[in-house]
Design a protein around this ligand. Structure first.
Ligand code: NDP
Length: 292
């Protein structure tokens, strides 16, 4: 059996189209243009690529993009002052601080200084709490995009066994919350998990968010399972720089029922969900009905 390849790139394009439609309506009917502010501190090459791509796609769907590039040695006080200004700026509906931050900056403090209503990454402690208690929140983009692909493929996820490999605050934990919210039986695995292969073999849904190139081989995957590969790893292969996931795609696709590729799976969905979250934040702040 060869797995269905879940086309995140195409799915993301349909989300962007819907977002663009909402943005056009907000402009036409209410004279409002949603705005996303992205703050980048320092010159991490991967972060620079993400920020550029976010800015480009923000503008493409008709929203305002505000980019703030700060020096690597920016003080915490200066960064907090910028966030305060953005919190008070009515033309800014979403604020994203690109992670990771340079070591001298307290990531928790910085994230929690963003107004929760503008926290389109969904990392503010209030949004984490709201998500954990099943209340309306801003949902982190990567897990949200992954859930959308799962729902699209399966319809209902109720009663399925889901294994999330990775317990980070930005991917693993919120992913597990979302799957629980959709009535999966959820296992969260991490670096101390015993016999990971056996744990993964029980899963109808595997979400790999580890950051280790091709760590999950096909023989860990249950026949017909759905595999969401969140990992983005740059490696050298045959003298070339290539991107690979946390799952060994070649062997996993022979066993899985469906699988996301890297690149072209979760990655594009993440940015599309960021744009969708910005429109949602804009609608909420203006007491307008929000997109589904
Ligand atoms: P983190 O490094 O924060 O977390 C990695 C997790 O994997 C940790 O919980 C760690 O366990 C666990 N882990 C590490 N080694 C093992 C192992 N041998 N067996 C089992 N679990 C292990 O990473 P992130 O969550 O931030 O990101 C994960 C991956 O997803 C990365 O490749 C990243 O680039 C990618 N990513 C992709 C995005 C996208 O848009 N597609 C967005 C965000 C991330 P422990 O807690 O015990 O240390």
């Amino acid at each position: 059996m060869t797995a269905k390849i879940i086309d995140g790139k195409a799915f993301a394009a349909t989300i962007r189209e819907k977002v663009a439609g909402h943005v056009a309506r907000l402009k036409e009917e209410h004279g409002i243009t949603p705005g996303l502010a992205v703050v980048l501190v320092g010159e991490d090459p991967a972060s620079q690529v993400y920020v550029r791509s976010k800015g480009k796609q923000t503008v493409e769907v008709g929203m305002n993009s505000f980019e703030h590039k700060l020096d690597a040695d920016t003080s915490e006080a200066d960064l907090l002052a910028l966030i305060d200004t953005l919190n008070k700026d009515d033309s800014v509906h979403g604020i994203l601080v690109q992670l990771p931050l340079p070591k001298h900056l307290d990531e928790d403090l910085v994230i929690n200084s963003i107004s929760p209503e503008k926290d389109v990454d969904g990392f503010h402690i209030s949004n984490v709490g709201l998500l954990g208690t099943g209340q309306k929140s801003m949902v982190p983009c990567t897990p949200l995009g992954s859930l959308m692909m799962l729902r699209d493929h399966h319809g209902s996820l109720s009663g399925m066994n889901a294994v999330v490999i990775g317990r980070s605050n930005i991917v693993g934990k919120p992913m597990a919350q979302l799957l629980l919210g959709d009535s999966c039986t959820v296992t969260i695995a991490h670096s101390r998990t015993k016999d990971l292969a056996e744990v993964v073999r029980r899963a109808d849904i595997v979400v790999a968010a580890v950051g280790r190139p091709e760590m999950v081989p096909g023989d860990w995957i249950k026949e017909g399972a759905t595999v969401i590969d969140v990992g983005i790893n740059r490696i050298e292969r045959d003298g070339k720089n290539v991107l690979v996931g946390d799952v060994d795609f070649a062997s996993a696709k022979e066993v899985a029922g469906a699988i996301t590729p890297v690149p072209g799976g979760v990655g594009p969905m993440t940015i599309a969900c960021l744009l969708a979250n910005t429109v949602t934040a804009c609608c909420r702040s203006n007491d307008l009905s929000e997109p589904e």
